[in-house]
Design a protein around this ligand. Sequence first.
Ligand SMILES: [Zn+2]
Length: 328
Amino acid sequence: MNWDNLSLTQPTVVKMITNSLKKDRLAHAYLFEGGRGSGKREVAKVLTKSFFCENKSEVHPCLECADCKRIDSGNHPDVHVIQAEGNSIKVEQIRYLKKEFSFRGVESKKKVYIVEEAEKMTTGAANSILKFLEEPEGEALAILMTTQYHRIIKTIISRAQIISFAPLAPKQLIDKLMEEGIVETDAYAVSQITFDLEEAIQICQDNWIAQARNKVIQLVDEISLRPKYAFITIQEAWMPFFKDKQDMQLGLDLLMIWYRDVLRTQVNHDDQIVYIDQKLKLQDQALMLSQRKLGSNLQAVMNAKRRLDANTAPQLLMEQLLLRLQEG
Ligand SMILES: [Zn+2]
């Protein structure tokens, strides 16, 4: 990873930081805020390299020197990563760190503190780390990261430069998922359900999303071609698979995405289709269903989602939904 790669996904972030590097005006503390998978950790790593590397070309770290390599492998003596122990980052953790640095004959005067899940810092820990930054000797850089900006205490917000990471666009999420070995059809489907890379990967595990997609395709097929069987499919295939409420919500999301795909097929927005391997079936349904009917199907699925939240029995809810979808 380098600044050029990163600027493909986070151009504004990279521009802000590299501009400061160019002018030699880095802040003492940064707060990176944004969703999981948005590249906070990667940016922190490249920034740390740019901070230490002695062979930079302009702002770009050389990636070859001892500093760069040690940062890459996560064992640079002057880079410290602080993570929550249990549910919080405690002041003792910061004190320990301070002591450790003062014992060790550190290599340079430069130090970087990277704090993950900064929202978990206690007030004491936050104050302690901010004090670190004011110490006169040497240069220190703190990079705090959070996915929950609203939980960050004010003392941090007022003393750090806030850098906001844009959420991943669905296309970027799809690319990242495919880099993780997730097949294209699954990546498309899950990118519509969440923006969160980790959650997306989790949903794809054990082939879950692939099977869920198949259940949806089976159901919509039967609704339009073999309506008599649709009830049996609900009982025998749908209910046992979407076992709890959360799964059921995702199943209904996928069903909604299907009808949206049919609608998009009708208006020739093929490039926005999510069920990318089902174009023939989508075209068939696009011919069979009117726009009005598709609108009412989407409404029916949304209502079902709402009723699921309001604790309607799932089986009953699905059967009533089915009746709505089968109406002419
Ligand atoms: Zn280097």
